[in-house]
Design a protein around this ligand. Structure first.
Ligand code: 13P
Length: 254
């Protein structure tokens, strides 16, 4: 199989960074830096920045994503945001189950699955994050952990819906630490996730699914990581906050 059949997606995850006015200014610069991209370019930004991001991305090749959503359609959930609200704003993608949400906001594989269904029903494209902690890697259970997270996240998701889903392999020990997985480690686990999808659906579906790597990906290491067969893009934190670095990573995705 040829990895070129899959969509390469470079997505920034701004986390809790940048104000709405900074968003407008940043995207004004970023659109020039990524206008010749050979891949899908996405910026996932805080809820309050979404409106400005969508406005600034209009007429460019940049797509906008949210960093979370609630799984209910509406109701008494103070402080939460629904999929329909995001769609109405013009948002395309949504990150679901980032390890920081699992760690600090008690998200579980089951709530991740509910959010995936809510996102798909509204027409949003989920970027589902999976990944092992350091102790799990050291214990030799990385494959089991990532496979289990993938399986539960995709419970009752149809093969047809999988076309709109992106999986991001983000080893927790590599996030914000400057410690990147080696290109071979990233390739190996993205391959394990792909095999899990093949077991759940079939080989064709697995080969067509975009699987990103995330965790200290930067302007220097992106090319090598992205050259790997199973690595179809990146989910980038720190380096997505600088237009120059993000532009270099996008350019590396040829
Ligand atoms: P860093 O690129 O800052 O390590 O963050 C990765 C990440 O968590 C993206 O979702």
């Amino acid at each position: 199989m040829n990895k070129a059949v899959r969509k390469t997606i470079i997505a920034g995850n701004w986390k809790m960074n940048k104000t709405p006015s900074e968003t407008t200014e940043f995207l004004g610069e970023l659109k020039n830096a990524v206008q010749d991209a050979d891949c899908e370019v996405v910026v996932c930004v805080p809820f309050v920045d979404l409106q400005n991001a969508v406005a600034a991305a209009k007429g460019t090749n940049i797509k906008v994503g949210a960093e979370n959503l609630h799984f209910e359609k509406s109701g008494a959930f103070t402080g939460e945001i629904s999929a329909d609200m995001l769609i109405d704003l013009g948002v395309d993608y949504v990150i679901i189950g980032h390890s920081e949400r699992r760690q600090y906001f008690a998200e579980t594989d089951v709530t991740v699955n509910k959010k995936v269904h809510a996102a798909l029903a509204a027409g949003l494209k989920p970027i589902i994050c999976v990944g092992e902690h350091l102790e799990q890697r050291e214990q030799g259970i990385t494959a089991e952990v990532c496979s289990l997270q993938t399986k539960v996240a995709l419970k009752d998701v149809s093969a047809e819906d999988l076309k709109n889903i992106v999986i991001a392999y983000e080893p927790v020990w590599a996030i914000g630490t400057g410690k990147t997985a080696t290109a071979d480690q990233a390739d190996e686990v993205c391959g394990i996730i792909r095999q899990t999808i093949a077991d759940l659906y079939n080989q064709g579906v697995a080969e067509a699914t975009t699987i990103q790597y995330g965790g200290s990906m930067n302007a220097k290491n992106a090319k090598e990581l992205l050259s790997k067969y199973h690595v179809d893009g990146g989910l980038i934190g720190g380096a997505s906050l600088k237009t120059e670095d993000f532009g270099i990573i996008v350019a590396a995705a040829k």
